[in-house]
Design a protein around this ligand. Structure first.
Ligand SMILES: Nc1nc2c(ncn2[C@@H]2O[C@H](COP(=O)(O)OP(=O)(O)O)[C@@H](O)[C@H]2O)c(=O)[nH]1
Ligand SMILES: [Mg+2]
Length: 280
């Protein structure tokens, strides 16, 4: 963060970091350039933004060129988040996908068996997470058939799981991600699919929140909320009237002082909390 950067600049930078498509990235970068300090000390910063703009324009034109050939392809986002499994060929990506989701991909020791993304849904205590196996990463991945489409699927994910046969493979993966300016959180799979599911959940920065009606048991499934969400955020998600006509809520779980504590709209919730709304 440069010294003396304005609030507007920081907001534009946040947009850049959270943008998941190339056009969004470009738009945020243009905004960063407008909002960057104009004094001499910030010359380096403006230069690096301009370089990024150029990089994203190159990526955009690559994407456009291959889009013609891949236009019949798309992966729709579903569930509370998207996680991509990436790795070289024969590193157990399809095997992993079949372990943690309902998908039945072809598992084969013939290399490059998976030609297109394979999609499955992982169930985590009732919350659905989309898991996408990306076809094997290779050198110059963006230049391969449908490569830039696969990268756009990766770019629109929230987390990566990397499968490796040898440590050295990580270098190639890092290089290919860097060349496409993909900068995502990742987990390296160690062969334990049950602990991986927990690690995926922890890394997504989400919490599970249960709702309940007075005098009844908590409802299943829970809903996925961003970490640090409040009672108000949950109310907006479930039914606006819970917020509009809010009287108070009762909370059970880690964030509650005691079982059924009375709280207001600004009360922050944590994973596995139960909320009961009372309206006027
Ligand atoms: N290296 C590795 N191979 C595995 C693993 N699990 C299964 N295999 C075997 O490796 C071959 C390729 O598996 P697959 O899941 O299709 O790998 P993919 O090409 O990365 O999708 C198959 O013969 C699998 O039986 C694993 O955890 N690691
Ligand atoms: Mg595969």
């Amino acid at each position: 963060m440069p010294i003396n950067a304005t609030y507007e600049y920081e907001e534009a930078e946040k947009k850049f970091l959270s943008a998941q498509t190339i056009p969004e990235k470009l738009k945020a970068l243009q905004e960063m350039l407008t909002k960057a300090p104009s004094h001499k000390g910030a010359e380096k910063l403006r230069k690096s933004i301009k370089e990024r703009i150029k990089k994203y324009k190159d990526l955009a034109s690559k994407e456009k060129r291959t889009k013609k050939g891949s236009s019949f392809l798309s992966v729709k986002k579903e569930g509370a988040a998207r996680v991509c499994i990436i790795g070289l060929t024969n590193t157990g990506k399809s095997t992993l996908l079949s372990k943690i989701t309902n998908a039945k991909p072809m598992i084969s020791n013939i290399g490059y068996a998976t030609k297109l993304p394979e999609i499955g849904m992982m169930d985590y205590y009732g919350i659905k997470i989309q898991i996408v196996e990306i076809p094997a990463i290779t050198k110059n991945f963006n230049g391969t058939k449908h490569g830039s489409f696969f990268i756009s699927v990766i770019r629109e994910s929230d987390l990566l799981v990397i499968t490796l046969n040898k440590k050295e493979e990580f270098e190639l993966i890092k290089k290919e991600l860097k060349e496409n300016d993909v900068n995502k959180r990742f987990i390296i799979y160690d062969g334990d699919s049950e602990s991986l599911k927990k690690d995926i959940w922890k890394s997504l920065n989400l919490i599970k929140i249960y709702t309940k009606q007075p005098g009844k048991e908590k409802e299943y499934p829970p809903i996925a909320m961003k970490k640090d969400s409040t009672v108000k955020d949950v109310g907006m998600e479930v039914h606006k009237d819970f917020v509009k006509k809010f009287d108070y809520a009762r909370v059970w779980g880690g964030s509650a002082k005691h079982d059924g504590s009375r709280v207001g709209l600004n009360h922050r919730l944590i994973d596995d909390d139960v909320v009961e709304f009372h309206i006027k």
